[in-house]
Design a protein around this ligand. Structure first.
Ligand SMILES: *[C@@H]1O[C@H](CO)[C@@H](O)[C@H](O)[C@H]1NC(C)=O
Ligand SMILES: *[C@@H]1O[C@H](CO)[C@@H](O)[C@H](O)[C@H]1NC(C)=O
Ligand SMILES: *[C@@H]1O[C@H](CO)[C@@H](O)[C@H](O)[C@H]1NC(C)=O
Ligand SMILES: *[C@@H]1O[C@H](CO)[C@@H](O)[C@H](O)[C@H]1NC(C)=O
Ligand SMILES: *[C@@H]1O[C@H](CO)[C@@H](O)[C@H](O)[C@H]1NC(C)=O
Ligand SMILES: *[C@@H]1O[C@H](CO)[C@@H](O)[C@H](O)[C@H]1NC(C)=O
Ligand SMILES: *[C@@H]1O[C@H](CO)[C@@H](O)[C@H](O)[C@H]1NC(C)=O
Ligand SMILES: *[C@@H]1O[C@H](CO)[C@@H](O)[C@H](O)[C@H]1NC(C)=O
Length: 292
């Protein structure tokens, strides 16, 4: 048997296999597919794309990293940011977004989303910002978002239709949270005492909701707080004096509640105070003219 042709053929086969394995091992295909599938599932849950951004740019023959509003990491080409603010989108937010493992920025603000915020969002362990303000989301805020997100810094869910109570272990494991914006929703129940665990909190906006019970004295443990806005709720009882110890506070809006007891008498520690609104409550006494 003449085997002289075998060697070059084997060599060719070896080279071919080698090229094949080099290509497949260096391409980040499986994870890339996960992100693509998640984004396509997101697109599928959109019922109206008023500006045509998704239909013109989210095309299956282009890289997801080139899609409008999508940003990817340089090294691994995984989706790191979704900035879809004001895209004219109607529909619901797909739970498959929870598969975008590398996402750290999620902004779907100023669209017309309805339905719930999917619980799967709390699977996004790298998330630093979630902004869903100015939509029509309803139902409860997924518990994990408020209790267990180790790098989350900004939550903005204002101007929606969210209801339910804040979990009693809010802030349990959200050590980096700086801004919690939940104003203008239908959130009821108490402000949880565990709020003090958000020790980096700078701005707490809970105004225009249906919160009741007392303002917990633990709000006064938020030593980084500059902005406390809880006006137009059903809060009652005395204003805890601990609040007037938070020297960084610039804005305190407590108006339009059922707070009782006397007006604060000593504001000496509030060195940065610019606005203190207490009107439309059931407080007695006057604020000393020293502070006006
Ligand atoms: C997202 O992950 C879940 C759980 O691993 C899986 O069942 C689902 O099919 C994934 N979604 C997509 C769009 O790949
Ligand atoms: C992708 O497909 C669309 C039509 O679906 C076409 O208009 C466009 O030219 C294609 N783009 C590329 C880069 O092939
Ligand atoms: C969320 O988005 C709105 C615009 O849609 C913006 O005004 C607001 O500052 C954003 N919130 C945060 C916390 O970045
Ligand atoms: C909020 O929900 C109520 C019904 O529960 C509905 O009538 C109203 O239109 C919704 N508002 C927004 C802004 O989605
Ligand atoms: C917090 O999140 C981590 C990571 O997803 C999870 O393993 C853990 O069970 C969660 N803890 C609680 C108390 O929910
Ligand atoms: C909150 O602050 C008060 C008064 O400064 C202090 O006695 C208390 O130990 C603090 N509580 C927590 C949980 O840090
Ligand atoms: C306010 O701060 C002072 C001094 O830091 C402390 O002695 C006092 O207990 C605090 N009061 C409240 C109500 O936290
Ligand atoms: C205001 O407080 C007084 C006593 O301090 C009480 O009699 C009255 O019912 C309260 N009014 C409201 C609207 O809560």
């Amino acid at each position: 048997m003449d085997t002289s042709f075998l060697l070059p053929s084997l060599l060719m086969l070896f080279i071919t296999l080698n090229i094949f394995f080099t290509l497949t091992s260096s391409a980040p295909l499986p994870d890339f597919t996960t992100d693509r599938d998640a984004l396509l599932a997101f697109k599928k849950a959109i019922t109206v794309d008023s500006n045509g951004v998704l239909s013109n740019s989210w095309l299956t023959n282009t890289s997801i990293c080139d899609w409008a509003g999508v940003s990817c990491g340089i090294k691994h080409h995984r989706v790191t940011a979704l900035d879809l603010s004001n895209f004219g989108l109607h529909g619901s937010l797909s739970p498959h977004l929870g598969n975008l493992t590398f996402l750290h920025f999620l902004d779907v603000s100023s669209n017309s989303f309805t339905g719930v915020l999917p619980a799967e969002l709390s699977k996004l362990r790298r998330l630093k910002l979630v902004n869903a303000t100015s939509n029509s989301f309803s139902g409860e805020i997924p518990r994990g978002i408020l209790t267990n997100m180790s790098v989350l810094e900004y939550i903005d869910l204002r101007f929606n239709n969210l209801s339910g109570a804040l979990p009693s272990d809010t802030c349990n494991n959200t050590p980096k949270l700086k801004r919690l914006f939940l104003s203008v929703n239908k959130i009821y129940g108490k402000i949880p005492r565990s709020i003090y665990k958000c020790s980096k909190m700078e701005e707490l906006w809970l105004s225009v909701n249906m919160l009741n019970g007392n303002i917990p004295t633990e709000v006064g443990n938020l030593s980084m707080l500059t902005f406390l806005s809880i006006y137009e709720n059903d809060l009652q009882g005395n204003i805890p004096s601990s609040i007037f110890n938070v020297s960084r506070l610039k804005y305190i809006h407590l108006d339009g509640n059922k707070l009782s007891g006397s007006m604060p008498t000593n504001l000496d520690n509030l060195l940065n105070l610019q606005v203190l609104q207490l009107s439309n409550n059931n407080l007695t006494g006057v604020v000393s003219s020293t502070y006006i």
